[in-house]
Design a binder for this molecule. Structure first.
Ligand code: ZN
Length: 252
């Protein structure tokens, strides 16, 4: 059970960096980075391959590399951590991906009343015009265009000890793809109960595809599908919150 032991000090290095930020990674220094972690006795830290803005922090073959990225930040952080025996799962955003939401509004989750999920309803009291992120539907081509290729690249290029997939869950959605697949499955897009059943099937499809990519390449990798909807959902546990074969292991 070599991977089943939890690291005692785990950090989530939140890193959402828009295209307006210059010189990303230009001043990265392995010694300074590892030195700071050692000083804080951090022995596990989640780092970012792709953030909510949709930008990647490694040399990707997709069109999602951060326009001001100066170095292979992911690769250098992972290599430095390995040397220092610091566990380093890799983060990939899922249902909040601003670049895709901006370029493909048709991929956003659409509620039965026609409204989008996210901006501006997510933070109704904020004075800012950009209050939140649009939620994307994993039943649209988005999954194959962003989440799966980035995940595959990260696994093939770096084989990290774990993957943290953020903003995931079952979403009631009546986008064009969800309406079509509900019809195909004999479900009624106008029926609230059928919408729930369909949201569960879409989520399980996402869970299966992502989990398969990870564990087919590294059966020991930890997987964390971040979302608040899994309490008591034993049907979802085989895909999340554990090392394959072991139960209830956090992968942060
Ligand atoms: Zn949908």
């Amino acid at each position: 059970m070599k991977n089943a032991k939890l690291r005692y000090r785990q950090v989530h290095l939140d890193f959402h960096t828009s295209e307006h930020c210059p010189n990303v990674g230009g001043k990265f220094d392995e010694d300074q980075f590892i030195g700071a972690l050692k000083k804080g006795h951090v022995n596990s830290i989640t780092i970012f391959a792709q953030c909510h803005h949709g930008w990647c922090y490694y040399p990707t073959n997709t069109d999602m590399e951060h326009p001001n990225l100066q170095t292979d930040l992911v690769g250098r952080m992972l290599a430095a951590a390995k040397k220092a025996d610091i566990n380093m799962p890799v983060y990939i955003t899922v249902q909040w991906q601003e670049k895709a939401a901006r370029e493909h509004p048709e991929w956003r989750v659409r509620r039965p009343d026609g409204g989008y999920v996210g901006r501006p309803t997510m933070h109704p009291h904020t004075p800012l015009p950009h209050g939140g992120w649009y939620r994307l539907c994993c039943n649209t081509p988005y999954l194959e265009a962003s989440v799966l290729p980035v995940l595959t690249e990260v696994m093939d290029m770096y084989n990290p000890s774990g993957i943290f997939l953020d903003i995931t869950g079952e979403e009631i959605c009546t986008c064009d793809w969800c309406i079509a697949s509900m019809h195909e499955k004999g479900l009624d897009p106008n029926n609230a109960g059928d919408q729930v059943i369909h949201s569960q099937e879409v989520y399980k499809d996402y869970l299966t595809k992502t989990t398969d990519i990870i564990w087919s390449r590294n059966p020991d990798a930890t997987i964390y599908h971040n979302g608040s909807d899994k309490k008591g959902r034993h049907d979802l546990y085989p895909h999340s919150h554990q090392v394959k074969g072991y139960k209830a292991i956090n992968s942060w």
